[in-house]
Design a protein around this ligand. Structure first.
Ligand SMILES: CC(C)(COP(=O)(O)OP(=O)(O)OC[C@H]1O[C@@H](n2cnc3c(N)ncnc32)[C@H](O)[C@@H]1OP(=O)(O)O)[C@@H](O)C(=O)NCCC(=O)NCCS
Length: 170
């Protein structure tokens, strides 16, 4: 069974495996927080602190692993931002940042992870999510559309065409 889990000490070995495999294939981009810190201890302290972020210049967020309870394996991670009232988020960042490790892509994990994130976003108090991605990122916009994402308009992100979608949480 696939579940979303808030990072904790139990994930140490699986986190180290996933990040090592990921970095061996590409320079990871998203979700950025998954790669924060020089090691697991530093990563854990950053993500466990983040939901209670009190600095008004920073946006509180929850990062969750997509995990398989049976084999203690991690497939990727998704970050849910508590709001988008920030210049980096309101146009192109949106509420969500996510990624699946390269060895596990194209197995519907991103689609499932986003579906599992919707009830978590609701618990945070969100009723609709802005989810954005580059136009060229077919896997991402397909996962968004499969989760009820309604295309709003295109925009530009880092000089590239990007798409903005809204997902209503029912
Ligand atoms: C984008 C990303 C999250 C997709 O993850 P994934 O687990 O491979 O996605 P899924 O398997 O759920 O695929 C969703 C759909 O996109 C399709 N798809 C996935 N990757 C694709 C690709 N590279 N090219 C074309 N189609 C692709 C799948 O076939 C599936 O199609 P379907 O719904 O018609 O069956 C993953 O490629 C990734 O982590 N990329 C790097 C980080 C990133 O870009 N994050 C998103 C930032 S907005």
């Amino acid at each position: 069974m696939l579940i979303l889990e808030f990072p904790n000490e139990r994930h140490r070995a699986a986190y180290e495996d996933m990040v090592k495999g990921w970095r061996s294939v590409e320079t990871p981009t998203s979700p950025g927080k998954l790669f924060a810190g020089k090691d697991f201890d530093e990563f854990l302290s950053i993500v466990q602190r983040e939901p209670a972020e009190s600095d008004p210049a920073k946006v509180p967020a929850h990062l969750f692993f997509l995990a398989d309870t049976e084999c203690s394996k991690l497939f990727g991670a998704i970050q849910i931002r508590h709001h988008i009232n920030h210049p980096n988020l309101i146009e192109t960042g949106g509420h969500i940042g996510y990624g699946i490790c390269p060895s596990e892509r194209r197995k519907a994990y991103a689609t499932r992870m986003l579906a599992l994130a919707l009830p978590e976003a609701k618990k945070i108090g969100l009723s609709r999510l802005l989810v954005t991605c580059k136009d060229a990122n077919v896997g991402s916009w397909k996962a968004i559309e499969s989760n009820g994402g309604v295309f709003e308009r295109t925009t530009f992100d880092e000089g590239q065409l990007a798409r903005r979608y809204w997902i209503e949480i029912t």
